[in-house]
Design a protein. Sequence first.
Length: 203
Amino acid sequence: MGAEEIHETIHEVAGEDAEAKAPNRKGMAVYISFLAAVLAIASLGGSNAAKQMVNSNIQASDTFAFYQGKAVRQTEYQLAARTLELSVLSRADLTPEQRADVEREIAGYRATATRYESDPKTGEGKKELLAKARAFEVDRDLAAKQDPYFDAAEALLQLAIVLASVATVIEVGGLVWLSVACALTGVLATINGYTLLVDLPFL
């Protein structure tokens, strides 16, 4: 139910065509206005949760890809260092200066491989990237838990508005109580969407 439809519903419920029922209709209009406000809050929470879920999933995927790239490069440097070490051992004709140059190159490869393992300064070592990726996964999973509650809240609040509107028109008290039950459940679902105080396995 969109904002315009809710506005029209409130206008119809609070209409001036039945002065005798004006107090009751005004009360229902206030009630529906309250439901519309909570519905807007639930919709905002659901939209934010959906965006957070998508964005965090993309960021986690990108960070894991970066991590894998670092792991491949690290292995390449380790293999290059080992290859040079073996070549030094198999070459007896190297001068001390040549041997020193090769050993410096080996040390450079080893240092780069070590930096790829962990680099707190840039935050782009494998250790740091893995921690970032897992943090993004936590954000994604949290948003994924929140989203169903907001979806349920929106459905229940919309149903409560419809029932309240119909109850006002045809004057059936039972529909009002059913609307209130849906509204209360929708409000609780909205609160739980933001706080996750209760974990419902079926959502």
